[in-house]
Design a protein around this ligand. Structure first.
Ligand code: AMP
Length: 535
């Protein structure tokens, strides 16, 4: 099949000029497939992720179609619904970029910013309205916007809207439009709720599916670090080691919950790192401000939640850390796709608590890559036990099961005097703990439990002996394993750093990562892990 150029897609000359000015040479696959359909006015169902060029695949045909006709007061001609403020703001930037040769008017209805200007624009009439669902319904309810004039509706990142509970809002909104409108609908995945929405509100759509970008780009080095003590304070210690020793230029550190983003941000700042936070509870001004600072290098580390970080165009991130493994494997691919972009080398490291082990299997399935562990990998016993532990909000699964696991025997759990510990344990135990510090956590030294039980000896040599013996850093045959069951084996990182001799100087070559001055917990060789039930 012949490769299409932008000139083949039916876009107006003015739009093509803007594309050339943006420096784009060839359309991406989603653009090549969606634009020729969208410019004719037909509905499109695009199954594509961020990073595929999907924004331009709807913005460019929209601008072309909006060249004729004019806006009427309070009746936008087109509407784009996006799940988050940042995404909405980013789509607005795309209109600015691709619409440089046009005089289209645009309003942005998102939370956290003053609406006066936007409402004035709406009163005058806009060609394009970009909104988050809640904000739109709010303004609709106040009679500030009418939707009967919408000719083109775009729903972006529908599956993310589902995750965020916006589907009832979307259904409400879709019923407010004239029946004869064009709908361009984008989703990275198609769960049943989304399929139902498509069946209900799209008319004979052209279904266009593009391969996931970066089902882990080859330029991304991925590593996993098993944290047998799955407590957040222990993970923060591991993370700090990695940042200090990892040749990190800038990094996004993902947490699963916004409150954990806030805690991690405070902790990093307290430990002297140049950090910022991005999560859904922050007001719009500080989110934008943080993001700008991260983009221009004023902030080096960005603790972020998925909701806040999804779809953001942040070029040139040297490292991604998963402080928590994401609950959905898709999110893993999405998160690590923030590094290793445009052929650059990138590095993604994920901290894995015992409860997170079950997600590693899903990640392996979706990426098709065998996880490579830094330091000691989990045992097969750990992995087998992973699905059995239950996880509660804000706590670790083992707390609910009542069955302590390796490194966390009952008896030492209440000893840790940090605010995090108190937060993550049951109130009965919390009563025994000293009160939490004013905010965040204790200083570094107090951040540790007074003593950490040794991990029990396990007959593991035979199980692992047939596995490839490759060093994670050099990808060279690794040194012989330390004898199984030695007392210092499986010590937590901080104990290793106190007791172990200085690390052997390892050569990093030109690999981006942590090879030089490798922290204590990484000194042991790593190798791929065999997941039971897989070949
Ligand atoms: P998106 O998937 O819409 O978030 O786009 C991801 C990135 O790709 C953005 O930085 C766009 O500016 C860029 N982009 C979109 N289309 C093209 C293209 N045809 N050629 C080069 N870069 C593009």
């Amino acid at each position: 099949m012949e490769t299409k150029t932008f000139a083949d897609l039916g876009l107006s000359p003015k739009v093509q000029a803007a594309i050339a000015a943006a420096g784009y040479v060839n359309p991406t696959p989603i653009q090549a497939a969606a634009i020729p359909v969208a410019v004719t006015g037909r509905d499109v169902l695009g199954i594509a992720q961020t990073g595929t060029g999907k924004t331009a695949s709807f913005v460019l045909p929209m601008i072309t179609r909006l060249e004729t006709g004019r806006a009427r007061a309070r009746m936008p001609r087109s509407l784009i619904l996006a799940p988050t403020r940042e995404l909405a703001a980013q789509v607005a930037q795309s209109f600015e970029k691709y619409g440089v040769n046009h005089k289209l008017s645009l309003a942005l209805l998102i939370g956290g910013v003053s609406m006066d200007d936007q409402v004035k624009k709406l009163d005058r009439g806009v060609d394009v309205l970009i909104a988050t669902p809640g904000r739109l319904l709010d303004h609709f309810g106040r009679g500030r916007v009418m939707l009967m004039g919408v000719e083109i509706l775009v729903i972006d990142e529908a599956d993310r809207m589902l995750d965020m509970g916006f589907i009832p809002d979307i259904e409400k909104i879709c019923k407010l439009f004239p029946p004869r409108r064009q709908t361009l609908f984008f989703s990275a995945t198609m769960p049943p709720e989304i399929t139902r929405l498509v069946d209900q509100f799209l008319t004979n759509p052209e279904r266009i599916e593009v391969a996931k970008p970066a089902t882990t780009a080859k330029t991304i080095t991925q590593r996993f670090v098993y944290c047998p003590n799955g407590e957040d304070w222990a993970k923060r210690e591991v993370l700090r080691d990695m940042i200090r020793n990892g040749n990190v230029k800038n990094a996004i550190i993902f947490c699963n919950r916004k409150r954990d983003v806030a805690v991690l941000y405070k902790s990093l700042s307290k430990h002297g790192f140049n950090a910022g936070a991005l999560h859904g509870d922050m007001d719009q001004t500080s989110r934008m401000d943080t993001l700008d600072k991260f983009r221009n290098g004023e902030i080096m580390l960005l603790a972020a939640s998925d909701v806040a970080a999804r779809g953001l165009d942040i070029p040139d991130v040297s490292h991604v850390f998963n402080f928590d493994l994401p609950w959905a494997a898709d999110d893993y691919v999405h998160r690590i796709g923030r590094t290793g972009r445009a052929g650059r080398e990138g590095y993604a490291a994920s901290l894995v608590s015992p409860d997170d082990l079950k997600f590693v299997k899903d990640i392996e399935k979706i990426t098709g890559e065998t996880p490579v562990w830094l330091g000691e990998p989990p045992t097969e016993e750990d992995i087998a036990g992973a699905g059995k532990r239950r996880r509660g909000r804000g706590g670790r699964g083992h707390e609910k099961s009542g069955k302590p696991h390796r490194g966390q025997q009952s008896g030492h759990r209440d000893q840790k005097p940090s605010g995090d510990r108190q937060r993550s344990h049951a109130p009965a135990r919390a009563a025994k703990s000293p009160p939490p510090p004013g905010h965040g956590e204790q200083p570094h030294v107090q951040d540790r439990p007074p003593s950490e039980p040794k991990r029990p000896q396990q007959p593991r040599a035979a199980k692992h002996s047939e596995q490839p013996k490759v060093d994670a850093w050099t990808d060279q045959p690794r040194a012989p394993r330390r004898t199984e069951g030695t007392p210092e084996k499986r010590q937590p990182a901080h104990e290793q750093s106190r007791k172990s001799p200085p690390p052997p100087q390892q050569k990093s070559g030109d690999r981006l990562g942590f090879a030089e001055n490798m922290p204590a917990f990484m000194r042991k060789p790593a190798r791929p892990i065999k997941v039971p039930g897989r070949g």
